[in-house]
Design a protein around this ligand. Sequence first.
Ligand SMILES: CC(C)(COP(=O)(O)OP(=O)(O)OC[C@H]1O[C@@H](n2cnc3c(N)ncnc32)[C@H](O)[C@@H]1OP(=O)(O)O)[C@@H](O)C(=O)NCCC(=O)NCCS
Length: 224
Amino acid sequence: MSIQNKSHSNEEFAIRPEQPADYRAVEELTREAFWNEYKPGCDEHYYIHVMRDHPDFIPQLAFVMTHGGRIAANIMYLRSWLEDENGIRKETLSFGPISVHPDYQRRGLGKRIMSHSFAAARAMGYDVVVIFGNPENYVTSGFRSSKHFNVCLEGGIFPTALLVHELTEGALDGRRYIYRESDCFAPLEDRAAFEAFEATFPPKEAGWQPSQEKFWIYSHSSIR
Ligand SMILES: CC(C)(COP(=O)(O)OP(=O)(O)OC[C@H]1O[C@@H](n2cnc3c(N)ncnc32)[C@H](O)[C@@H]1OP(=O)(O)O)[C@@H](O)C(=O)NCCC(=O)NCCS
């Protein structure tokens, strides 16, 4: 891992499983990492708050990376599925949110915690990870467009942001699969519950930044 900022270079970065005592710190980290990234403010810290109680959440694949006692990064997974044309489902993994604190971004921590989690996922018998994400962040960690694997959404749509990583090469055999997400995030329509949760954090100014337009473009485009 390349740690280019000298102020971060003297102490060890370590990855360990997330513990209940980490939950609030991970929510704070997530809020810092996502704030204004994809929209003014963010919801992702509330997602993970809800996600931990859902049966599709996989606690064995929730990891934190620490630096001198501080949580610098984390990753969390949900079960997902690929459904073939006969309705037969293959269980897969989907991660997200993944967060690296802004003080540590673009120094290889994201790649390192992903790689650690992939090894743990392989050991559990999983062979495919499917995510929605900005390809710029993930192609160097083995993700490719879903189009290469014939994995699409209902209606044969291959979103630009739908990315697939085979943990075991050849895990997918080219047959058409439809990606099925967990329903974990369905309760998040409850804005009052979100606002009550958000009010437990220090106030932070929401605003526009260019990454929001990049996200809009990626999330509204598909591969032909
Ligand atoms: C997205 C995120 C998890 C990536 O983690 P990171 O530690 O910052 O990224 P890394 O340093 O590991 O870099 C991963 C890849 O991103 C790309 N990347 C890194 N720095 C980059 C930069 N300045 N500009 C563009 N791409 C860059 C590269 O492809 C890099 O791989 P490489 O080093 O092999 O070339 C982190 O930036 C983050 O938390 N962002 C805010 C929250 C978010 O967007 N989460 C993901 C959505 S679920």
